[in-house]
Design a protein around this ligand. Structure first.
Ligand SMILES: C[S@@+](CC[C@H](N)C(=O)[O-])C[C@H]1O[C@@H](n2cnc3c(N)ncnc32)[C@H](O)[C@@H]1O
Length: 235
């Protein structure tokens, strides 16, 4: 395992511990109604398998909000940072049947599994899957594209950096949906963060201040799952 992979795994183990401490580890199993029993069973199987292997996929309450947004927006183009095994990506594409998804994942074995899942749900021809570090790949990934929706679900200390990189490529009226913004309940409570989470917590607090204060955005932060921020780009 190289340094980047090790960092990704470390950050995930922190998140998985967070889920356990929040008592929401078992909340992942989510009955997603896609009108097709075979697909529902396949999603339930992915959720079960992700839970068993401690792969952090979006939690049920947060997913409900993402689905509501997708159904309302019917985005032409979506950018996702943090593909994992293609769970959220497949759902977004099944809920918005004309959307194109550009998605990036650091770990090759996760990305390989995502490709299998995209195929399983018949969405492969609407996915551009990128392998590598998001900060490095984003400039090439987004060049010439405009996004109606961005789903930020990668490393938690980098949300501000990702917003810097992508904000010029989001349409006016478009949205940025961010997961895990409460990070184990430590972001909003004002306490001094424990040393090992300091970068994540301080970075997330700054990120939330920034979106609240910016005239460019209207944002709502909700206590769903591990906390979500839904940001509308108004300028
Ligand atoms: C929370 S998971 C994504 C879950 C997925 N969006 C879902 O809900 O099904 C975050 C993913 O980001 C990946 N990741 C971590 N660091 C990354 C980086 N620097 N660039 C791209 N992906 C990264 C991790 O390997 C992990 O699979």
């Amino acid at each position: 395992m190289n340094k980047e992979e090790s960092l990704a795994c470390k950050s995930e183990s922190i998140i998985n511990n967070s889920y356990n401490n929040l008592g929401v580890a078992n909340d992942v199993a989510h009955s997603i109604k896609l009108g097709n029993d075979e697909q529902c069973n396949a999603f339930a199987e992915i959720e079960r398998s992700a839970r068993e292997r401690f792969i952090p996929i979006i939690l049920g309450d947060s997913l409900d909000e993402l689905i509501k947004l997708i159904e309302k927006l019917q985005p032409k183009r979506i950018l996702e940072i943090g593909t994992a095994i293609g769970y959220s990506g497949s759902i977004m594409l099944l809920k918005s049947t004309s959307s194109i998804l550009d998605t990036v994942e650091l770990l090759d074995y996760r990305r390989d599994e995502a490709l299998v899942n995209f195929d399983k749900f018949g969405v492969t021809d609407r996915v551009n899957s990128f392998l590598g570090d998001a900060s490095e790949l984003i400039p090439d990934m987004i060049e010439g594209n405009k996004y109606d929706l961005v789903f930020i679900d990668g490393p938690k200390s980098k949300y501000g950096q990702y917003l810097d990189q992508i904000e010029g490529n989001i349409v006016s009226g478009g949205y940025v949906f961010c997961d895990n913004v409460h990070f184990r309940g430590m972001v909003m409570n004002g306490i001094r963060p424990p040393h090992k989470f300091r970068t994540i917590i301080v970075g997330m607090r700054k990120f939330l201040e920034r979106i609240k204060d910016s005239a460019r955005y209207e944002s709502e932060v909700m206590s769903k799952g591990d906390g979500i921020a839904i940001i509308k780009v108004i300028k």
